[in-house]
Design a protein around this ligand. Structure first.
Ligand code: PRX
Length: 649
């Protein structure tokens, strides 16, 4: 833990929407009288029918959570239509292509046209309110149009990250029984094509075997590459868009109607379809976007996430557009054509607010300062970080080298399930400590508990819970509300359990220490160890697998796999490569194992439970303190595992 403190700068304080007094006042009000507080702030979005009820929530029983329940609104209307009268010609989206010579700007008027047309295309093909539409797209504006078009007609979108494999895509299509897919011929990343349509075709075949038939695929032409075509099922986006009307009235949605499903990994089983609803989500996403980034009218804002993750949903599309911001969408990667790309884009588009992940910061820090120094970055005003704990060294580099000690840093802690930022500095209100996400946002009541669920006070380490609802909270797991209750509310009764460990210091600052469950965070991507294990054991030569994380300089965590092979199979380097390729096929490149150790046996208790604690220690090459191994069924396996460890320092 770094003991340094960076006070709010004078310039940040002068311009800030929220200073420390206002933060205190608003925070107290949000906690003491949430109905009054949110009743006021819920009005930041437009309602077709105003709500009269504000908060109706409980963390007990079936966990009923309703915000603004009798209000009617529409997310697409709020992100587009309401801005047109005064800001129709403002740029809504700046798109920066993978190729540094390609970019384009889309105004709010143009956004309206694209989204309405696409909504009409969906309607033409029979998509109705409540239907699930899968969006499997690269980072092109059409991905945002697709999300907003769904929202316009009340269809529920499920965006699947373009880096996921056909298997993973199929699983998500099947789980929410989605019969309409929007994709692209090929994506482009770092100069290389990504075969999205080909993957979609394979996924659709897998889904059909699981009795979910995709009837329509809408294909955006991005590269013009060669693709397969199923007549009747596949439709070209540009042709369809040309044949429909440019207006489409937004459907009046109840505040609690679902807006989207987003799949995320947990400690057990398959990824869960986290479900977010309409009114509360948009109020929370737009409010956090405005205050956390201290967003002022006319500023250029860039979040480098992919729309396939929640950060892309809340802070590339919904939050910024609801605030009539100019949001930059980047198709490429930070290292193409070279490691100076981020800084070049900042200069090119005069970016004021830049929001990225620690893994990118660490990797660019490793590339050397000359890439940064090549750029001016004079437009930059605020820097943000999200997705994993940021180590103080990376924080300091971000602050001093990228921001030249001029820009406040907001280290924002949140999750797919929280819909928006939960613990974060506010630029004009919060003194910064490198590595700390600092303080709760309005309405957020964090609590640290011990393993038994006892509330811990003062400066302490504990498991991070949230004790009352906030408008952006996920309402359910799609199709499985029991799993929602079980996953988030069963560990500590009456509390939402985040799965994260956390330290609170003597100033009441929160320091997230990482997951305390079997969830990995690899380069800011959330991955269940159980998912990687099940991918490994689906290989015909593997009998058993256990996966743990270990500290990795760039990725935050690396993936370490212990694999027991079938009898008489030899663990060769060739097989290692085959297993790595197999996991990539089953899940996608983000799940690429870093280390595979072949093991004759795994350490198990007498009742057959794998002792992950031991496996973690060996993977960390820190086996001096293995603790008690006497309860193992066969303590000798541990010596063998240590002997053959893959991370010898
Ligand atoms: O462990 C925390 C980590 O990312 C997890 C949530 O992952 P996901 O749902 O994919 O959402 C990522 C983007 C919001 C959390 O449980 N995490 C996220 N932000 C931070 C973080 N850990 C430390 N500091 C953060 N700022």
């Amino acid at each position: 833990m770094s003991s340094k403190v960076y006070p709010v700068s004078k310039s940040a304080k002068t311009r800030a929407l929220i200073d420390s007094d206002k933060y205190q006042k608003w925070y107290e009000e949000s906690i003491e009288t949430p109905d009054k507080f949110w009743g006021k702030h819920g009005k930041r979005i437009d309602w077709f029918k105003p709500y009269t009820k504000v908060k109706n929530t409980s963390f007990k029983g079936r966990i009923p959570i309703k915000w603004f329940e009798d209000g009617l609104t529409n997310v697409s209307y709020n992100c587009i239509d309401r801005h047109l009268k005064t800001h129709g010609e403002r740029v809504a989206i700046i798109w920066e292509g993978d190729n540094p010579y390609i970019d384009k700007k889309i105004t709010y008027n143009e956004l309206y046209d694209h989204v309405c047309r696409l909504a009409n295309v969906l309607k033409k093909h029979g998509v109705k309110k409540g239907d699930r539409v899968t969006i499997y797209m690269p980072m092109i504006p059409e991905a945002a149009y697709a999300m907003l078009a769904c929202a316009r007609i009340g269809a529920i979108h499920s965006v699947v990250f373009g880096g996921f494999s056909p298997e993973a895509l199929a699983g998500r299509i099947v789980d929410c029984e989605s019969t309409f897919v929007i994709t692209c011929d090929e994506g482009v990343r770092g100069g290389k094509p990504v075969p999205l349509k080909e993957n979609t075709d394979i996924a659709i075949d897998i889904a059909a075997k699981n009795y979910v038939i995709v009837h329509n695929v809408l294909v955006v032409r991005r590269t013009g590459g060669k693709i397969g075509w199923a007549p009747g099922r596949d439709h070209w986006y540009h042709q369809e868009m040309a044949s429909v009307k440019p207006d489409c009235p937004p459907v009046k949605m109840k505040a609690e109607d679902p807006l989207f499903i987003l799949y995320t990994s947990g400690s057990t089983g398959k990824p869960k379809g986290v479900m977010h609803t309409t009114g509360g989500y948009l109020v929370y996403a737009s409010m956090t976007h405005e205050y956390v980034f201290d967003y002022h009218d006319g500023e250029i804002y860039w979040c480098t996430a992919d729309v396939g993750w929640v950060t892309g949903h809340s802070y590339i599309v919904y939050g910024p557009l609801a605030n009539c911001a100019t949001t930059l969408m980047f198709e490429g990667i930070p290292t193409f054509p070279d490691q100076g790309r981020f800084w070049e884009v900042i200069d090119k588009h005069k970016v004021n607010i830049f929001y990225t992940a620690p893994t990118a910061i660490r990797s660019l820090m490793g590339a050397g300062d000359e890439f940064v120094k090549r750029s001016e970055r004079t437009s930059l005003r605020l820097l943000g970080s999200v997705g994993e704990p940021i180590n103080p060294e990376a924080w300091e580099w971000y602050y001093h080298t990228v921001g030249e000690a001029r820009c406040q840093i907001v280290d924002t802690w949140w999750q797919t399930e929280t819909g928006g930022i939960m613990i974060t500095p506010l630029p004009g209100a919060t003194d910064l400590k490198p590595g700390s996400a600092t303080r709760p946002f309005f309405g957020i009541k964090p609590e640290l508990v011990d393993a038994e669920g006892k509330t811990l006070e003062g400066a302490t380490d504990g498991n991070l819970c949230i004790t009352d609802s906030w408008p952006g909270q996920a309402r359910s797991v799609y199709g499985d509300h029991d799993r929602y209750i079980q996953t988030y509310f069963a560990t500590y009764k009456g509390k939402y359990f985040t799965g994260d460990g956390c330290r609170r210091d003597e100033d009441g600052y929160y320091w997230i220490t990482g997951r305390v469950d079997d969830v990995l965070n690899v380069s800011g991507h959330r991955l269940g160890t159980a998912e990687v294990e099940s991918a490994l054991v689906s290989h015909h030569l593997v009998s058993e697998a256990a996966v743990v994380g270990y500290p990795h300089d760039i990725k935050g965590q690396g993936i370490y796999c212990y694999v027991t092979l079938m009898a008489d199979v030899e663990g060769t380097d060739q097989l290692r490569k085959e297993l790595v390729a197999h996991v990539r096929t089953e899940i996608g490149p983000i799940a690429t194992p870093d280390k595979i150790q072949f093991a004759a046996g795994l350490p198990k208790t007498r009742s057959g439970k794998i002792m992950r604690r031991i496996l973690r220690k060996i993977a960390e090459d820190d086996f001096g303190a293995l603790g008690d191994t006497s309860t193992l069924a066969d303590p000798a396996v541990v010596d063998e595992l240590i002997e053959n460890r893959q991370n010898k320092k």
